[in-house]
Design a protein around this ligand. Structure first.
Ligand SMILES: [Zn+2]
Length: 293
């Protein structure tokens, strides 16, 4: 069985063919920069990636499984802010898909399936995405939660107007506006430095005081955010994904003692996903397998 898998994000489209094995075998991957603000061009890009993938396999594809950065209802992408898509988009119709089943869902829902199937996690866990956005997948009693849950990134953690950054939701001071990659860049900008998030972390590692202060502040917001998550539901593990969370894990994930200041519940082990940047496509594969059973 071969599944054509996609992780479609605001910066790149990642496609892969994954074969059922023990547990799976990555046959090939194709990656391109994603077209933002133009749904028809985005669909053309996906078709082109599909063509490249299929030319490499030369075998029957059993299903297509795609994660998008936005809410999905009955296979219809409702919106995708990172792709600047503001109106519903029927992915299956837009791609002119063939006979095989096409699964479309939110990218975090897909990623959760990778941890659920192949992560060897406890029955109750969070998958915390720290990237340009912040949000969490929630698994309770081995079942992933769906719908508008896990939007912890919009917890308002900073109420001081001089410190609060503007959030994509229109409010001020959300966790994501303060401590995501974007939030860290905004905070640096307020201090007169037009630098990338990566620059801030590199400068901090070299001992630069302004950068250390920004990273420590972001880490403190993250302690508060994770504390709130644990107050909502005391999970037995927290798995971290997303470029910021994986690459800067040691700098941005607070020690358990710091998180404990914000929660009445115990703080579980926090680890980075072992799937790294492939969690989205492996999740799309697990999602398809779970539905084809
Ligand atoms: Zn917000």
């Amino acid at each position: 069985m071969i599944i054509e898998c996609y992780d479609i994000g605001g910066t790149k489209i990642k496609g892969a063919l994954i074969k059922k094995a023990n547990p799976y075998e990555m046959i090939c991957q194709v990656q391109v920069a994603s077209e933002r603000g133009n749904p028809s061009k985005l669909l053309e890009q996906i078709k082109s990636v599909s063509k490249q993938l299929r030319s490499k396999a030369n075998q029957k594809i059993d299903a297509v499984s795609m994660g998008f950065p936005g809410p999905v209802k009955n296979g219809i992408l409702q919106s995708a802010p990172p792709l600047h898509i503001n109106a519903p988009l029927d992915i299956r119709a837009g791609l002119g898909a063939g006979e095989e089943p096409v699964f479309v869902d939110n990218d975090l829902n897909m990623a959760v399936m990778a941890e659920l199937y192949f992560g060897n996690r406890p029955e109750n866990f969070y998958l915390l995405a720290l990237s340009t956005g912040i949000g969490a997948g929630i698994v309770i009693n081995g079942r992933p939660m769906h719908g508008s849950c896990g939007e912890f990134g919009h917890d308002m953690l900073e109420r001081s107007p001089s410190l609060a950054n503007k959030c994509s939701c229109g409010r001020l001071g959300c966790w994501v506006a303060q401590a995501s990659g974007y939030g860290i860049e905004e905070t640096a900008k307020k201090q007169g430095m037009a630098v990338s998030c990566q620059d801030v972390f590199e400068s901090a590692k070299k001992g630069s005081k302004w950068a250390i202060a920004i990273v420590e502040t972001a880490k403190s917001y993250t302690a508060h955010g994770i504390g709130n998550m644990l107050n909502a539901f005391p999970a037995d593990a927290i798995v971290v994904m997303g470029t910021l969370g994986i690459k800067q894990f040691k700098s941005i994930i607070p020690p358990n003692g710091e998180i404990k200041q914000y929660t009445i519940n115990s703080v579980p082990e926090i680890t980075a996903t072992k799937f790294g940047e492939d969690i989205g496509i492996i999740g799309a594969y697990a999602y398809a397998i779970s539905r084809l059973k």
